[in-house]
Design a protein around this ligand. Structure first.
Ligand SMILES: C[S@@+](CC[C@H](N)C(=O)[O-])C[C@H]1O[C@@H](n2cnc3c(N)ncnc32)[C@H](O)[C@@H]1O
Length: 255
């Protein structure tokens, strides 16, 4: 533990502590056949996180948590590996694997450096996983290394716009004002919280993704349905209907 990068060590402590709070949501997601995404449960048909052709492909979920995305992929004939920094989150994933009789590899580790060979996967995905909690300067090049030429990386994160509209205090919903400077944001530590999050501007994402060898195919700004609900206090439906509070990046490793 002591030889881990500081943010990885802190996020491991955080997620081992928070894991219990994510059990119910993990169980509910494992019970779903049709994927829904993000804090509003936006349907797959609306944002297309999964590629059209999946069966027989090899995939990795970066920061899999309770591994419901890996479960959805495995049920679609994908050979999937989930990697996560929290043993407590993986314990829930393992229990649910047994409950559903679904076998795939789960690895305790960090997305910044993984033990897999170059070009091992066709598809990499992350929903509020490594794409939020791992150092982007490390996990993005690592994802590029792991993918085969032509392989796709898809990830869903908080929108940069929403992060700019959030005060430094945790638990207060995003406002209609810019409360943080955009330049130099990158890393956020909430007061009284041990965790470390990373939030890049669109320009920073584009520079990082293209320099790692990706071509950007789409940036989807997620809009919830008028009747959507969320258990998270950091944004209201009224806000999220007016501005994107989540965004999906779809990028492909240059062939
Ligand atoms: C919000 S969960 C993501 C799983 C699921 N999609 C969800 O939204 O509940 C975030 C996960 O990222 C994991 N994580 C944090 N830092 C990581 C890192 N450096 N490498 C891999 N996983 C990491 C945490 O342990 C946690 O399980």
């Amino acid at each position: 533990m002591n030889n881990l990068p500081e943010h990885v060590r802190r996020n491991r402590l955080l997620w081992d502590d928070w894991a219990q709070k994510f059990v119910a949501a993990g169980e509910a997601a494992w019970a779903q056949d049709i994927p829904t995404w993000g804090i509003w449960g936006v349907p797959e048909s609306q944002i297309g996180m999964f590629p059209q052709e999946l069966a027989g492909k090899e995939a990795i979920e970066l920061g899999c948590g309770t591994a419901y995305i890996s479960a959805w992929l495995a049920r679609r004939g994908v050979r999937v590996v989930g990697i996560d920094n929290s043993e407590a989150q993986l314990a829930t994933a393992r229990r649910l694997q047994q409950q559903y009789g679904l076998e795939f590899s789960l690895l305790h580790g960090k997305a910044e450096t993984t033990p897999f060979s170059d070009a091992s996967f066709d598809f990499a995905i992350s929903e509020y996983g490594a794409c939020l909690w791992a150092d982007p300067q490390r996990w993005v090049p690592e994802a590029a290394r792991l993918l085969r030429p032509g392989g796709q990386l898809v990830f869903l994160v908080n929108s940069f716009l929403m992060m700019l509209c959030m005060s430094a205090e945790e638990g207060i919903a995003a406002t209609d004002r810019l409360l943080r400077p955009a330049f130099g944001l990158s890393r956020i530590e909430w007061p009284g919280d041990i965790g470390v999050e990373f939030h890049l501007s669109h320009g920073e994402w584009i520079r990082l993704l293209t320099s790692a060898g990706f071509e950007i195919e789409a940036l989807v700004e997620v809009r919830p349905e008028p009747t959507a609900t969320t258990r998270y206090p950091f944004v209201t439906l009224e806000w999220a209907r007016q501005w994107p509070c989540e965004e999906v990046w779809k990028v492909r490793k240059r062939a």
